[in-house]
Design a protein around this ligand. Sequence first.
Ligand code: PXL
Length: 279
Amino acid sequence: MNHTPRVAAVHDLSGLGRCSLSVVLPVLSAMGVQCCPLPTAVLSAHTAFPAPECAAFQDLTGTMEQTLEHWAALGLTFDAIYSGFLGSARQIGLLRRLITQFRRRETLVLMDPVMGDRGKVYRTYTPELCAQMARLTREAGLITPNLTEAALLLGEAYRNVPTSQAGMEEWLARLSLGGRRSVVVTGVSFTPGTTGAGCFDHNQGRMCFAMARQEPASFYGTGDLFAAVLLGGLLRGEPLSGAAALAVDFVQKCVARTLAAATPVLDGVQFEPLLRELL
Ligand code: PXL
């Protein structure tokens, strides 16, 4: 690609906790991608921090509507549309509009169906929002659920998460809607000490797994970091398997570095010193 690829990134902006836009923007910039943020909400800190009365959660649905009007008037289109944490169920309709109105035929639509983690749904996500999110992912060319979100999308209990490669391949096939879209499930693990991503590549019609050493802790925001590196890799022209391997490897290095520094899990991973590896 000769021009700098342009991505619309639909995510929240959290003041504390290294997730969503505060991770996506620097990663995509480092990878040579122009990131146009469409913030869904502004939070004082991500939702896993203790939330006293004074905690800020500013829903930006109205601003998103105005932004889409403005972008439409400017005749914009995007090389990729990438969505993550949403602030309200009304935003589903706006995301649908963004996808239908601003995509070209070759535009990559990456939906990270952010809904929960570790078997739990996020505090601000209603059952209505989850159901609508699942429905909208039908419009995506690529989805990147973690295990919790994969179970929610399939209507499976979290305890049924596959622990074998064959079981995960069956979930990947179901998540691909019969091969119609690409899927990358994060956090898969079949052997102790190893974790990574299970992929179905719609273009090549095949599955692959990208694994790395499992660090003995997990951090908030790593799903967002993963999806941003994956997207940056794909926009550089990497196949899904290569982009997934890059993202798995980068997240593992960030986690290892953060563990060594022993900073709080809620603060997310120290990706900043490693960003140059993505340049
Ligand atoms: O990393 C996912 C995420 C994104 N945005 C907000 C969150 C979370 C996960 O907790 O709270 C606001």
